[in-house]
Design a protein around this ligand. Structure first.
Ligand SMILES: CC(C)(COP(=O)(O)OP(=O)(O)OC[C@H]1O[C@@H](n2cnc3c(N)ncnc32)[C@H](O)[C@@H]1OP(=O)(O)O)[C@@H](O)C(=O)NCCC(=O)NCCS
Length: 164
């Protein structure tokens, strides 16, 4: 149904449109700002997405409807990665994030030497936890009140999957 492919400048408008949604940004790291402007999207596609990470467009019929990426550790964490993803809200609930996360996980284990992929999910984000469980990640730890966003402390659920 979907395909993962490299990001390019023709994705900037779609990313700016779909990421500028409170429901999308609510439980993401504030590294991804909200409101999310075209300038943010342009910087991210051209510069930010290339920084020690692999990021792919989630492509549905030629349109970028979200992003999935893995950031690589450095130094002693060089064999670890952290996966993240978001999807345009009108495509939620169709299994797309699970398919994208599964494909990205397989890609990282096949194409890199990473042995451990982690995913950090804030406690209210049950849909994201479900995605990870469906992709074979398991809950490793709950770090209570590790996050603080929109005036509320959030428990961070750390999921992990190891190289098979
Ligand atoms: C989290 C997100 C990526 C999920 O995308 P999606 O394509 O809708 O996910 P999927 O359809 O693959 O799977 C979601 C699963 O969670 C379930 N789910 C959805 N909302 C739920 C909720 N509120 N409570 C419990 N389960 C829920 C779905 O039923 C589905 O499970 P199922 O296949 O067993 O029915 C999407 O909601 C999103 O982009 N959110 C904003 C960004 C974000 O939070 N990213 C993750 C940061 S850790």
């Amino acid at each position: 149904m979907i395909e993962l492919r490299s990001l390019n400048s023709s994705d900037i408008n779609a990313i700016a449109k779909y990421a500028n949604n409170f429901n999308v940004s609510q439980y993401l790291s504030s590294r991804m700002p909200y409101p999310y402007t075209r300038e943010h999207a342009q910087w991210w596609v051209e510069t930010g997405s290339k920084n020690n990470s692999t990021n792919f467009a989630i492509d549905l019929k030629g349109e970028c409807i979200g992003v999935v990426g893995v950031r690589y550790g450095e130094h002693e964490t060089q064999y670890s990665g952290e996966i993240g993803y978001w999807l345009a809200e009108h495509h939620w609930g169709k299994g797309i994030a699970s398919e994208a996360t599964s494909k990205m996980t397989d890609y990282v284990f096949a194409e890199t030497e990473i042995v451990r992929i982690a995913a950090l999910v804030y406690s209210p984000n049950t849909a994201s936890m479900k995605v990870l469980e469906k992709c074979g990640y398991r809950l490793e730890a709950i770090r209570q009140k590790a996050g603080f966003k929109h005036g509320v402390f959030l428990d961070e659920h750390a999921f992990v999957k190891f190289r098979p």
